[in-house]
Every structure is written in C-alpha cells, then in structure tokens.
Design a binder for this molecule. Structure first.
Ligand SMILES: CC(C)(COP(=O)(O)OP(=O)(O)OC[C@H]1O[C@@H](n2cnc3c(N)ncnc32)[C@H](O)[C@@H]1OP(=O)(O)O)[C@@H](O)C(=O)NCCC(=O)NCCS
Length: 158
C-alpha cells in the first residue's frame, strides 16, 4: 500500500479534477476493453454543472497523492457505488482499494446490508477481488452505442 495516498471528502472545487480523471481513465484505461466508438460515446461530460451537482448530492471522496487528485468514488443513499475512477498514471497503487475502504466504512455506519455497482468490464476484476459478485451482465445505451457492464453487489452481515 502506497502511504502517500490520502483520502478526503469531495469538495465543490474538485469538479474539474474529477472530470479530468473520469475522461482520462476511460480513454486511457477502459479503452483496452471497449471499442473506440464505445469509448468515444462514454468519455464525454456535456454538462459540467450537472456533473458538479451530482458529485455534491451524495457522500464522495477524493484520493490525493502529493496534493494532486488521483481518484474518486462515491456512495448514493440507495447503497450504489456510482463512481470509481483512478487517474491512468496512478493505476495499480492501491488507490481504488483505499477509496473502497472509505465507501464501505460509510456504508457500514449507515447500516447498509449491501453495496451495489454497475461495473465496467475493466473494473469487474477489481470488484471481484474485493468480494463483489456479478448479479447480471447488462447492456446500457450511451449516445447511440451499446456498452456491456456488470451489475455487482457485496453483502454485509447484519
Ligand atoms: C478499476 C480501477 C478503478 C482500479 O483502480 P486501482 O487503483 O488501479 O486499483 P487497486 O490498485 O486498488 O487494485 C486493487 C486490486 O484489484 C486488482 N485489479 C485492479 N484492476 C484490475 C484489473 N483491471 N484486472 C485485474 N485486477 C485488477 C489489483 O491487481 C489489486 O489486486 P491485489 O489486491 O492482488 O494487489 C482502475 O483501473 C480504473 O480507473 N479503471 C478505469 C475506469 C473504470 O472502468 N472505472 C470503473 C467504472 S464502473
């Protein structure tokens, strides 16, 4: 585990950095699992204000290394882990693991019996490694392209 990684709550000023991480993670990492047309359809943020509103509407966390935002995640009131993205230059350092620990800690505090996520093919092995199981494989439409993802959940003992 890289001890430079700091996890802190998301702040409104983080919107731009999270958009950058989101776009780069898809274009440079998930691009190995999806076609160029699918990546093109997915790697877009057309409404930056809507993005910023969504991020502050729920608990969310930023991972930082040396003061730079390098990853982010969140947890909705329904127990959905909606976002898990790590900057392409900081893959494999344990950043998503640290973010997931934070998400799980919050879920347990809130008394959730489960967390679920719609994982990309790229993130599926990560979530499996962390104890999530695939409920179903599904196809979602994004800007005219069909993309496969995996509805996954992790159950917690009551
Ligand atoms: C999936 C993602 C979030 C993982 O982030 P990360 O910080 O590199 O993950 P970690 O370093 O914490 O990895 C934790 C474990 O999962 C494993 N893992 C992570 N990604 C993996 C992959 N694509 N394939 C196989 N194993 C993977 C790691 O090897 C590590 O295993 P270990 O415990 O044996 O060391 C990151 O690759 C990413 O941003 N992907 C692109 C964006 C994306 O698809 N996000 C999900 C949208 S739903």
């Amino acid at each position: 585990m890289d001890d430079r990684i700091l996890i802190r709550p998301y702040l409104p000023d983080d919107a731009g950095a999270t958009i950058d991480i989101f776009l780069r993670a898809i274009s440079e990492v998930s691009s190995k699992d999806y076609s160029p047309a699918q990546i093109d359809a997915w790697a877009k943020v057309e409404d930056r204000s809507l993005w910023a509103e969504r991020r502050i509407s729920r608990p969310a966390w930023i991972a930082e290394i040396d003061g730079e935002a390098v990853g982010f995640s969140d947890l909705t009131g329904e127990g959905c882990l909606d976002m898990m993205f790590v900057h392409p230059e900081f893959q494999g350092l344990g950043i998503a693991s640290r973010l997931l620990s934070e998400v799980e800690e919050r879920a347990l505090k809130l008394g959730f019996a489960r967390i679920y996520t719609e994982a990309s093919g790229t993130a599926r092995p990560f979530f499996e490694r962390k104890g999530f199981r695939v409920i179903t494989r599904q196809t979602v439409e994004k800007r005219g392209q069909s993309l496969e993802n995996f509805l996954m959940e992790k159950l917690y003992a009551e």
